[in-house]
Design a protein around this ligand. Structure first.
Ligand SMILES: NC(=O)c1ccc[n+]([C@@H]2O[C@H](COP(=O)([O-])OP(=O)(O)OC[C@H]3O[C@@H](n4cnc5c(N)ncnc54)[C@H](OP(=O)(O)O)[C@@H]3O)[C@@H](O)[C@H]2O)c1
Length: 252
């Protein structure tokens, strides 16, 4: 047996680790739970929601899974990416990266500030790039990896509102396509582009209103629509550079 194949044997015996950013609450939490159910050791990244992240880790561990909470501000993208991937490497072999964390803000052009631009571009675009860089640099030869970026269907058909948020997601869609080509054949890179799934706090009726008036299927989506799509992408080894839209037809 060569030294390299011995090394692969060791890595194959380590837990497969999934890193999910912004995993303490809402959609990220559901993604982390689904991946833990599927046997991944999960890094539950959080920004401010430390208690919710620890609660989720305890829930996964009580079900027999492996999980670790890691808190950091993704605005500091390069440093955070290193910290998150260090944690992932400490519990196994990072093989899946889900870039889910996001800042979703809206300001009319006249009120746009540098801080408004930088926070959304930093978390929604730059952090996924540096996390991908760290993920790739740690993935051993011969071990397949996957990156799934959570986008938004609006990126493909920008509305008048959420100018910077939408631009950040469009840029991340572009990075998804570029990295799919750059990182093949070892790593597949795909995107999931949801529409109305979980309404933001304070706008609880927004998605129901869209379902009533604008969404052709007349319903809003659920976190399960996202987790089932992630599972599909994980298992379908012939897909890379794809963005799957989950909008009930709202993007048409
Ligand atoms: N909700 C929807 O219907 C919908 C529709 C279209 C697209 N999406 C996309 O789906 C994904 C999940 O949506 P969501 O509504 O569940 O997201 P969300 O609640 O708006 O945000 C997810 C998490 O991002 C983390 N985050 C934000 N800024 C951060 C920072 N500077 N540093 C570290 N973490 C930070 C927060 O973590 P902490 O709480 O720990 O601070 C937050 O819980 C996002 O990428 C979103 O753009 C969602």
């Amino acid at each position: 047996m060569t030294r390299q194949s011995q090394q692969h044997g060791v890595e194959n015996r380590l837990p497969r680790v999934a890193v999910v950013t912004g995993a303490a609450r809402r959609i990220g939490r559901r993604i982390a739970l689904a991946l833990a159910e599927d046997g991944f050791a999960v890094v539950v990244h959080f920004g401010k929601s430390a208690a919710a992240a620890e609660e989720l880790v305890a829930q996964i561990q009580q079900s027999g899974g492996i999980a670790m909470a890691v808190g950091c501000d993704l605005a500091d993208a390069a440093k955070s990416a290193e910290k998150i991937m260090d944690a992932a490497s400490a519990i196994g072999c990072p093989q899946l990266l889900i870039n889910n964390a996001s800042v979703f803000e809206d300001l009319p052009l006249a009120d746009v500030t540098m801080q408004h631009c930088l926070s959304q571009l930093g978390v929604n675009l730059v952090a996924p790039v540096f996390l991908s860089q760290q993920f790739v640099s740690r993935l051993p030869d011969g071990i397949p990896g996957q990156i799934i970026n959570i986008l938004d269907w609006r990126a493909a058909r920008p509305p008048a509102d959420h100018l910077i948020y939408t631009a950040s997601k469009a840029a991340l869609a572009s990075v998804t396509s570029g990295l799919a080509q750059q990182l093949a054949p070892q790593i597949r890179v795909n995107g999931v582009a949801p529409g109305a799934v979980l309404a933001p706090p304070g706008r609880e009726q927004w998605h129901q209103q869209r379902a009533d008036r604008e969404i052709p299927l007349r319903v809003s989506g659920s976190p399960e629509n996202i987790t089932s799509t992630i599972r599909f992408l994980i298992h379908n080894t012939f897909i890379t550079g794809e963005v799957i839209t989950l909008s009930g037809g709202e993007h048409l």
